[in-house]
Design a binder for this molecule. Structure first.
Ligand code: FMN
Length: 263
């Protein structure tokens, strides 16, 4: 990597991607680079300094990524030859989702210099995963991300191109309809007996899709199932019925808010 400044734009549901973006940022800072992290939750007014490389970090969702992330990526400013790299976290299978993102970034005039996809604890597991197993996954991912940072600096990384299947899935992931269908098949439910009406879910929801009415959270139709509300509900009142896994989040709520720039 030639740039000395890096702007790392992150979308995260339950904190896995944010955690790994933090590891990557720290590694690059140790190598004397200037690194800033911004949240993809707020795409408006995003400016990339003239001399800054762009880093994008997102979670896997249905072999692509979430609408909030796509909206940000699609509205990126022109690259004018600036370097760009990509980091994703996944539960197990990526299906080449980095390719369609490379296509957009390249189309905007960035120079794609590398991509890495690391396995983290699944935030959508069908069974409860032992804490030690998740911890071991996080440690392995940290090692991979540190290695990625080193390779980015020496220019030994690459970013794979897209195939037909990944392009099709990326197109699907752009639309509202598939996510609405996903949400109606696997709804996120609020247990009104447990809900305290604290409003944390509404404050955190990246799609501003949760309201608190009569002391209970109500999830609207624009849900992208990112699990942020499920992961961070202080009363554990939000869940996906039929998913027996315990509430998952990669970090405590206060650290999440601080890293996301939420007051
Ligand atoms: C709705 C949904 C869809 C997902 N789809 C995939 C997938 O296609 N492949 C995969 O490996 N992991 C998938 N996952 C798991 C997440 O990508 C993984 O746990 C990720 O690290 C979560 O990062 P985050 O905490 O930053 O949101 C999915 C999770 C959710 C909630």
């Amino acid at each position: 990597m030639k740039s000395k400044n890096v702007t790392l734009a992150v979308f995260t549901g339950t904190g896995n991607t944010l955690l790994m973006a933090g590891v990557l940022a720290d590694e690059l800072k140790h190598a004397q680079l200037e690194v800033g992290i911004v949240s993809m939750d707020r795409p408006h007014g995003f400016k990339l300094p003239e001399d800054s490389a762009l880093g994008l970090a997102v979670p896997l969702a249905c072999f692509s990524t979430y609408p909030t992330a796509w909206r940000f990526i699609d509205s990126l400013p022109e690259g004018n030859g600036r370097e760009a790299f990509f980091l994703a976290t996944m539960g197990g299978m990526s299906g080449g989702m980095e390719g369609p993102i490379r296509r957009v970034v390249e189309g905007k005039g960035y120079k794609p210099i590398g991509a890495a996809i690391v396995k983290m604890p699944s935030n959508y597991a069908n069974k409860t995963i032992p804490v030690e197993e998740n911890r071991a996954r996080i440690e392995r991912a940290e090692t991979q991300v540190k290695k990625f940072a080193a390779l980015l600096r020496t220019g030994e990384t690459n970013w794979g191109a897209d195939g037909l299947a990944s392009r099709f899935l990326a197109r699907l992931a752009h639309g509202q309809k598939p996510w609405r269908m996903f949400h109606s098949l696997f709804p996120i439910a609020v247990d009104s007996d447990k809900c305290t009406g604290c409003g944390v879910c509404g404050e955190l929801c990246p799609e501003k899709n949760i309201l608190v009415s009569a002391g209970t959270a109500i999830i609207g139709k624009s849900c992208q199932s990112c699990q942020r509300c499920v992961g961070f509900c202080p009363a554990r009142a939000i869940s996906v019925p039929g998913k027996p896994a315990e509430q998952y989040r990669a970090m405590p709520l206060d650290r999440f808010k601080a890293m996301q720039g939420i007051e």
